[in-house]
Design a protein around this ligand. Structure first.
Ligand code: FAD
Length: 450
């Protein structure tokens, strides 16, 4: 056990905890024994932006040592993996065998436990739903019940309270989930560069259902007639006969590595309004106006940011935060207003993504609901940021939407409660499985969940 200072991916609000590094799922389960007064939190790869994997003054269990495949049925594509297994490792093992993870976020450096705790979504949410739609069973350790196997049939309340329940209903020790079959490790991508927000939303509304994966990058620093100009990438996995002769020799080849280190000799704040505005301009202009059938690799399409090691240092010592909302279909005016507000503000934002969600699942605190989701990276020291985001939170709530806990580092407890209508139901499950409130973390205390 070591005393460590921890932050989320945004590098704001560091707090110190006693960090334990279990090396197996049994050692991970033992992490709940003799809990300190400030309780116990799990931590995966620390890719949540805010503080759900920190526990000031308490114990933090680093799950990443409890990793590896426990069972694999290659005929059905069903895998059981220890909770600390990363999606990066899963892809390295499974892609060459013709299987892909059911859902991947914008980084492959997340653990299976973290994927469940935030019920993560990817570019295929409109068709495939989020991670827990593909989760068949999990082994958990809860303070009240010890080690148990939980399925949607055996204990639906605990299953769906854990899906998106930010690790506060028990430790996930391992998970069994359904993979997606692939013929090749390449994707066929169609790209459209749009003039403004209206055009990209119209294209997504009209055509997303024809694609398995869809995502739009928005230039949130563009102003005037260009507000919301975007690059929309949509695609599906390629068939073997769509690859070049060279690619066909090894259709399931998979190579993914972080190649570029963040330049430490760079100015302390590489991503500032000047550099980001210039980058956005170049990025937008170099995208083709309309391109069909471009063949791309898994890392290039799903995880471009992973190519730069530690890119989260680019915002400088103050760190950064991400704000992600969803508003229902029909609330397009609200989305337009949000995009306009960011464009008119003094904020610096580079990684801004618009997606169209399909139906949500039964996860009590699961984020996705049918609608438009926008995620925005923001330098934490941008002038007027707190006021701007509080105002936008209110607009999101007024439209019937909510904010994503995996990205949050600053919302008010009342915003959380207003966005998640099943919070009381979730609290009741938590009281059953953790009556003494042993599972704790900074986000849980900040938002009044624990
Ligand atoms: C570049 C980037 C892009 C991203 N893109 C997306 C995206 O497209 N879609 C999306 O949904 N998310 C996205 N995310 C967020 C990320 O997918 C989630 O925050 C995810 O939960 C991180 O997993 P982790 O292993 O790092 O967990 P951590 O951040 O370490 O922990 C997250 C939560 O999981 C809990 N937890 C971890 N392991 C366990 C366990 N074994 N048992 C119980 N609880 C556990 C922790 O207590 C904590 O509450 C992105 C993040 C980054 C940095």
């Amino acid at each position: 056990m070591t005393r460590e200072l921890l932050t989320g991916w945004g590098r704001t609000a560091p707090t110190a905890a006693d960090v334990v590094h279990p090396m197996s799922v049994d050692e991970l389960a033992a992490g709940l024994e003799r809990p300190p007064e400030r309780g116990v939190a799990a931590r995966g790869l620390g890719r949540s932006y805010g503080d759900p994997a920190q526990n000031a003054g308490g114990r933090v269990l680093d799950t990443t040592g409890a990793r590896g495949l426990i069972d694999l049925d290659l005929n059905r594509g069903v895998v059981t993996a220890a909770a600390g297994t990363s999606l990066h490792a899963l892809m390295r093992w499974l892609v060459p065998l013709g299987w892909f993870v059911p859902v991947t976020p914008g980084t492959r450096y997340v653990t299976v436990g973290g994927a469940i705790a935030n019920d993560i979504h990817g570019k295929n949410h409109h068709g495939a739903g989020s991670w827990c739609n593909h989760l068949l069973a999990m082994t958990m350790a809860t303070p009240a019940g010890g080690k148990i196997t939980v399925t949607p049939q055996s204990d639906p309340d605990l299953f769906w309270a854990t899906a998106g329940g930010v690790g506060l209903t028990g430790l996930v020790l391992d998970a069994t989930f359904q993979l997606r079959r692939i013929e090749t490790s390449r994707l066929v991508i169609d790209t459209d560069r749009t003039r403004d927000l209206d055009e990209v939303m119209a294209l997504m509304t009209e055509g997303d259902d024809r694609y398995e994966y869809s995502v739009a990058w928005i230039d949130l620093m563009a102003r005037g007639a260009s507000v919301g100009r975007s690059i929309l990438d949509r695609g599906r996995f390629a068939h073997v006969d769509e690859l070049s002769a060279k690619q066909q020799r090894d259709p399931l080849a998979y190579h993914a590595a972080a190649i570029l280190p963040m330049p430490f000799v760079a100015p302390p704040k590489l991503l500032n309004p000047l550099t980001v505005r210039a980058f956005n301009e170049v990025w937008y202009r170099r995208a083709p106006r309309r391109r069909r059938g471009h063949v791309a690799t898994i890392p290039a399409f799903f995880h471009p940011l992973d190519a730069i090691h530690d890119w989260n240092r680019g915002y400088g010592p103050a760190g950064f935060l991400q704000w992600q909302c969803v508003v229902p279909i029909g609330a397009e005016e609200t989305m337009r207003h949000i995009v306009e507000a960011f464009s008119a503000s003094a904020t610096t934002s580079l990684v801004n993504v618009l997606k169209r969600f399909g139906p949500g699942n039964e996860g009590m605190l699961s984020f996705p609901q049918p609608g438009w989701t926008l995620s925005v990276d923001l330098s934490a020291d941008a002038p007027g940021l707190a006021r701007l985001l509080d105002r936008l939170d209110d607009e999101v709530l007024a439209a019937g939407g909510r904010l994503y806990l995996a990205k949050d580092s600053r919302m008010r407890p009342s915003t959380m409660a207003a966005g998640y209508a099943r919070l009381d139901e979730w609290r009741a499950v938590r009281r059953r499985v953790d009556p003494d409130g042993i599972l704790q973390h900074d986000l849980g205390r900040r938002l009044g969940l624990v």
